[in-house]
Design a protein. Sequence first.
Length: 659
Amino acid sequence: MGTSDGDVETPQQRLSSTSEDVYKRRSSRWKQRGSTENGKFFHLPIHVKLAAKYCCRLSPLKLLLAFIVLGTLFTIVFHPQVYGHDRPSSFSMNRWIWGGGQDPRYASDLAIDWEDARDVINGVRDGSGGYRIGILNFNKSEIDQWRDQFPEASHAVLHLDHASPSLTWEALYPEWIDEEEEENVPSCPSLPRIKLPAGSRIDLIAVKLPCRNDGNWSRDVARLHLQLEAARLAATTASSSGGGGVGKGGGGGGGGGGRRLPVHVLIMSRCFPIPNLFTCKELVARRGNLWAYRPNLRILREKMQLPVGSCELALPLKVKGKGSLEFPLNVDRRYEGNPRREAYATILHSAHVYVCGAIAAAQSIRMAGSTRDLVILVDHTISAYHRSGLEAAGWKVRTIGRIRNPKAEKDAYNEWNYSKFRLWQLTDYDKVIFIDADLLVLRNIDFLFGAPEISATGNNATLFNSGVMVVEPSNCTFDLLMGHIHEIESYNGGDQGYLNEVFTWWHRAPRHVNFLKHFWVGDGEEKKRAKTRLFGAEPAVLYVLHYLGVKPWLCFRDYDCNWNVDFFQEFASDVAHARWWKVHDAMPDVLQQFCMLRSKQKAQLEWDRREAEKANYSDGHWRIRVGDPRLRKCVDNVCNWKSMLRHWGETNWTDVAEF
């Protein structure tokens, strides 16, 4: 996705690792250049030989002075200052080109359109003198082009050591970390950084990014590294040059004497930049493969405080007793958001059976103490009756047009789940915490409004779970999501897989804010008991309990019906089931009526119970006599649900829709 064929750059030839070869090649290049101000350096090899030949004849004092002089010359030649306030020295250029060579992971074969570059840069610069351009990850010929195309500007060739070849994306985004620090303290691998002299300032940072010709181009260590350093440099150069941060919506940098000057980042890439690092709201110019941003430096500095990946928690926490997690009080003090522009949101499309779950979720949010707005997006399939129940529960109901997943089959479960992208159109809010309709909020999670997009818990492999996630609405982000639906391949065919391909730079929230009701195959008995204690703890330890498998309101209240289906038993917990019904029972009767069982579901539950009895499941839940009062209440036109069992599994035996 986002790639095309182009002229492949020839990487700079790697030199021999021996100092003699390096010396000979440097000497050859110096001889070709003729004399300069520093012409003495060109005769360095002769001086070295003479020093080696006659050092033993010199007095100790002269020998010491000779070594000091030679050491100084050696330092100047082989360790030049990487950044200059005017143009980079020839020595810094040689170091960039010769010292490390062009790592193929960082190499980009993008052919630069210099006419586009001139138009973009001339459009963003303020017209004042002394314009400084920092150039990162360009080869020698491209560096020369920068000088030729912008002779009035001063240029700094930025040196960035490459990440270790052994560093993988999985190391930055591990499937699991020890959040409670029971055995070790999680830490992220370090990435090399650009070093700037104090007081340095750059007006525009230009960086060229690699874009691999495969479907996994967005999970690229080199690509991430370059973007993070460009962002860090933008934040650093502005703050180190005397200017402060800017207010909301600004993008100013720093300038001498307190003057605030803008700092721009110009990204050259066929593939779109990280959308939650350089946001589309900060995009000031776009031309072909060029993306120019004027970032909000205050927000950018906050982002630079985040871990490089999900290898550490992005939200601070502390352990309070075994298995109990607390978030420090200073989280709320640091956060400066506007509660009136924040909301919880969920979505219902083509699934009225989730209305009850959404009502219970709203009830749980209020019981946990939050007063933020509750917004629910629904499509035309949700009836006026069900909308009335949602409104009575506190949801602000908004009707949306469904978005079809072009890669889904007709009538498949995931046919319309790209409708979740509509969350980014809630632009009357700055922050939205999306929650699935099949969870309960057991403790207030308003602190998540202080987290950046996308903050979520881990799912599996390097991926996040989108059941609870922080979103920053923006119409241009919505356009980005819509613009690639025919290209991006979702790993699971759904919206979660799609979002994971777009937002690969996500931030790990503690799993207690989206704790899954699920017993993994590898969970031992002690682990299962520990999870069960968390499900039922009073006062609550978990912040959010996410119900997987058959939902509680679709079971009889007597026990978790997941026990009666073999491949659902990993989701079965009577303790978690009872917890959901406790919230249900706290709702007024007018809301409980939206949780009634339809006749077909009653028949399904009885069918599963009989199958469990035939198989003689050892848990024995199939023996429990059902006392759920909903069993005797009919809410549809076919009340004799037992008659359905005689034809269960058959097709076309009746035209009655309820069957």
